[in-house]
Write a protein that binds this ligand. Structure first.
Ligand code: C2O
Ligand code: CU
Length: 566
């Protein structure tokens, strides 16, 4: 083809791309039908929302840097949105998904074609619903392979096994949600945890469906764990085996060995399992880590089975591995502190050294007065939660749409960079007058390409608890963490600015602090929130708006034609 012809063709394609008519020559399309599916677990039946009738939902396999289109058709009776957890969506917040933040819901009977653009993500991420509590059953894995097949910075695994941890209520999850929002107390605790949709051997009516992972002796397996649990950090342990942790949140890690993993809701952990033990059966056990309130303290199991000749039958109930105690804060924090980015030539580590924007965000449980004297929260009040003492009020048109069109009155731009009042955040009993938050729909603007530091400070208002904080649109470096009140004179001395882990969800330890840094190079509207679903429901979220840069390649793209408007 002549150069002019090629150029004309290129311009044509660029125009079509821009208008959203087509996305690229060879884009892969996926169909996501959101449907209501009858499901039976723990000796009882109910109807759940699923994608394509599957629970967990379909796994999306992509190659690093690929762009795909997922056509979401809502055939259920409830609104839905789909979020691509950990996918940065450069300059394109339109497909990000959080309801009333970047879009209005996909209403029953309507469709939305979501363009998903992968950039430097590698390894394991996931997708999930981002409206009400529907993410309990509407979620699935996203697996991003290296460009050259098998080009891993670790021994090539014989096979890859996604493990999705879930949480199950016998009741309808939307009823669980409306009930606790109404009575002001905590949500009803769940009835089981799940591994790939199965509760395992220790719950009623579940044994025969226990997930079996069959391995060959001497082979190496890449296990990709996603914590899709709603309300608790989880411990996972495999009997008789140590594992080698190699990745988290769509990025590689310096490999380290451990006999358990700790993983917070929203997070992913990739590890290698070498099947080099005696050929018999072993349990994989998964249980909660939680220090606050009541929670589901049960254990879910899967079986690791070595393929053996029929003449050597192995016992079907091997010993259960001992998980860390459910209140073992150090077991969670110590594991997380072992995560360090793997140094690779083609994946430079760029930690901002002198952040231009320094933010200090307190994360608090709160109480609000009860409107009718029947509330089940502390002292008869209602639970709430906040960032910098602000409980987020959901708007009824999306912040992205309001920002893009310049609609006034939807949000305010004055989200505070520090809490309104400094106090001893982690003292044993915080005075009750500090328990009550303010509320509002506020965002914080970030200049394009500014370098941002956020110190998250957990507080002991009402009760201290770990908060897995998740940022949309970015990965961030976790440069430090500790217990107690953050000391801005001494604590920065302990920062790791050399090889900190690159993550999108980080558990801020109970009555402690965590510092993250990132470069605001992705213009758009991006949600920051706690990934414990009850805290999100109680308002622990805020929004960043990263402004456009000067050149067109540093500015937000326009919305697609079928964008669900409000
Ligand atoms: Cu995994 Cu805002 O979510
Ligand atoms: Cu939280």
């Amino acid at each position: 083809m002549g150069t002019t012809k090629a150029m004309i063709l290129q311009i044509l394609v660029a125009l079509l791309l821009h208008s959203g008519v087509i996305y690229s020559y060879a884009t892969t399309y996926y169909n996501f039908e959101v449907v209501e599916t009858p499901y039976s677990r723990l000796c009882s039946n109910k109807t759940i929302m699923t994608v394509n009738g599957q629970f967990p939902g379909p796994t999306i396999y992509v190659t690093e840097g690929e762009t795909i289109v997922v056509v979401v058709a809502n055939k259920a009776r409830q609104n839905i949105t789909i979020h691509w957890h950990g996918v940065k969506q450069p300059r394109y917040p339109w497909s990000d998904g959080p309801e009333y933040i970047t879009q209005c819901p996909i209403r029953p009977g309507t469709n939305f074609s979501q363009k998903i653009e992968f950039s430097d993500e590698i390894g394991t991420l996931w997708w999930h619903a981002h409206s009400d509590w529907s993410r309990a059953t509407v979620h699935g894995a996203v697996i991003i392979h290296p460009k050259k097949k098998d080009n891993y910075p670790f021994p090539v695994p014989h096979a890859e096994i996604p493990i999705i941890l879930g949480e199950w209520w016998k009741n309808d999850v939307q009823e669980v949600l409306s009930e606790f929002l109404e009575n002001g107390g905590e949500p009803n605790i769940s009835d089981a945890f799940l591994i790939n949709g199965q509760p395992g051997d220790l719950y009623p009516c579940s044994r025969k469906d226990t997930l079996k992972i069959t391995v060959d002796h001497g082979k190496r397996y890449l296990i990709r764990v996603i914590n899709a649990v709603m309300n608790t950090i989880m411990f996972l342990k495999i009997g008789g085996h140590n594992v080698t942790v190699v990745g988290t949140d769509g990025a590689y890690l310096k490999p380290f060995t451990s006999d358990y993993i700790a993983i917070s809701p929203g997070q992913t952990i990739d590890f290698l399992l070498l099947a080099n033990q005696k050929s018999q059966n072993y349990y994989m056990a998964v249980g909660p880590y939680s220090v606050a309130g009541t929670f589901d303290n049960t254990t879910t199991t899967a079986l690791l089975e070595y393929r053996t000749t029929p003449s050597t039958p192995s016992p079907s109930s091997p010993p259960l591995p001992t998980l860390p105690e459910s209140n073992n804060t150090l077991a969670s924090a110590d594991f997380t502190r072992k995560l360090k980015t793997l140094t690779l030539e083609n994946r430079p580590i760029n930690v901002p050294l002198n952040p231009s924007t320094k933010l200090f965000f307190t994360l608090s449980m709160n109480t609000l007065p009860c409107p009718n004297s029947t509330c089940l929260g502390p002292f008869g009040d209602r639970f709430s939660s906040s960032i910098n003492n602000l409980t987020f009020d959901q708007p009824n048109i999306s912040i992205l749409e309001a920002y893009y069109k310049g609609i006034n009155g939807v949000y305010r731009g004055d989200f505070p960079g520090r809490p309104p009042l400094a106090f001893n955040y982690t003292e044993a009993s915080v005075p009750r007058e500090l328990w009550v938050p303010a509320n509002g729909t506020k965002v914080r603007y970030l200049d394009y390409n500014s370098t941002v530091e956020i110190v998250f400070q957990g507080t002991n208002t009402v009760t201290g608890v770990d908060h897995p904080m998740h940022l949309h649109g970015y990965s961030f470096y976790v440069v430090g963490s500790g217990f107690g009140d953050f000391d801005e004179k001494t604590d920065p001395g302990s920062y790791n600015l050399v090889d900190p882990p690159l993550m999108n969800t980080i558990a801020v330890p109970v009555n402690g602090w965590t510092t993250i840094r990132f470069r605001a190079d992705n213009p758009g509207v991006w949600l920051l929130h706690c990934h414990l679903e009850r805290h999100l429901s109680w308002g622990m979220m805020m929004v960043f708006i990263t402004k456009n840069g000067k050149s067109p390649s540093t500015q937000m793209d326009p919305p697609p034609p079928d964008f669900p408007r409000c």
